[in-house]
Design a protein around this ligand. Structure first.
Ligand code: ADP
Length: 320
């Protein structure tokens, strides 16, 4: 990716709340802002339940935003009419965590991959068949696979089918929602390497959601860290991993195992005390304050601003 590439997606103060009772609002995504440049991968990490999937789905327009904006190439995707929405779905696609659950068991692989081609009327007849064969080859499968069903494939192969399906309509942007979390470790790197190769060849832009921090580092240009619906830190991968500033990022990174046994044995782990608080009717102040070993009185009173500490390094912490 070129450093000065234009911004393709700009998310401004995005909120997605779920009403979960008469007086209970679950703030799954609470005032999140970021941008993604064309050809770039933005990683989104954080513990399970912090709002990554909800954020990805709201960015895709699958959920209506409670507040804020998602600008895609200058267009607010939450203000599109039906035909504009169809045009947008051609430009943006999603890959899911569980490829088995997201692939129709009664359709052949060829028809799964071809569905988007049919919906958008891109190719028919022999051209459609050739395009499907070509897509299967692009993702490391072959044309004999087109007549088979999803259950005949391994987890890694199913994810390749999911990728071929997403690529079928030639999107520019793909939200990859934990695409490797359900796969064996030995297969994870293959799928990540395929995504990297496709990005280089097709100029794709990715939002890559994951809870495995080591794989995210490998694929992402920049990484955002979420905690309880809020973005707490965002920086280029090497800055975030080498010089994390938010106490939550520091704790998350300290838990990644290192392959060198000597370093692993002597490494200092920051243990997070207590549980992740509930996202329902959250208290004011910094959401991490209750578990933060540096917390001061202000942290429990005032929500910290998500501010740019140095170029391209954003942190939401009163003490940074
Ligand atoms: P993550 O992807 O980081 O694991 P999610 O986005 O799936 O997090 O969930 C964030 C929070 O929103 C969780 O507390 C989850 O229970 C809640 N949530 C997600 N989807 C819904 C929904 N449709 N209705 C109510 N609560 C939801």
């Amino acid at each position: 990716m070129k450093k000065d590439a234009k911004v393709l997606i700009e998310v401004k103060n995005l909120k997605k709340y779920f009403k979960v009772g008469p007086n209970a609002t679950l703030k799954a995504v609470d005032d999140v802002s970021f941008f993604i440049r064309k050809g770039e991968t933005l990683g989104l990490v954080g513990e399970s339940g912090c709002g990554k999937t909800t954020c990805g789905r709201t960015v895709m327009g699958m959920y209506k935003a409670t507040g804020g904006e998602v600008m895609f190439d200058g267009i607010d995707i939450h203000k599109l009419n039906k035909s504009e929405k169809k045009k947008f779905t051609r430009r943006a696609q999603m890959i899911f965590q569980d490829p088995y659950a997201s692939l129709n068991p009664r359709m052949t692989v060829g028809d799964i991959v071809g569905e988007g081609i049919d919906i958008h009327g891109l190719y028919s007849g022999q051209e459609r068949t050739d395009r499907i064969y070509n897509l299967l080859e692009i993702v490391g499968l072959n044309k004999e696979h087109a007549s088979r069903f999803a259950h005949e494939f391994s987890g890694g192969q199913r994810q390749r089918i999911g990728i071929a399906r997403a690529l079928a309509i030639e999107p520019e942007f793909i939200v990859c929602d934990e695409p490797i979390s359900a796969l064996d470790v030995s297969i994870q790197a293959q799928v990540v390497n395929l995504l990297i190769k496709l990005q280089q060849e097709l100029g794709l832009t990715y939002l890559f959601i994951a809870h495995d921090l080591s794989m995210v580092k490998h694929i992402s240009d920049r990484v955002g860290v979420m905690y309880l619906g809020s973005m707490v830190e965002l920086a280029s991968s090497h800055v975030l991993y080498d010089k994390p500033l938010h106490p939550y990022t520091q704790a998350l990174l300290s838990a990644i195992p290192v392959p060198d046994p000597e370093i692993e044995r002597t490494k200092k782990r920051i243990k997070l005390e207590g549980e992740v608080p509930s996202p329902i009717n959250p208290k004011p102040g910094c959401k991490f304050a209750a578990r933060c070993r540096y917390a001061k009185p202000i942290c429990k009173e005032k929500t910290p601003e998500f501010k740019e500490i140095e170029k391209d390094h954003f942190v939401a912490c009163h003490l940074v």
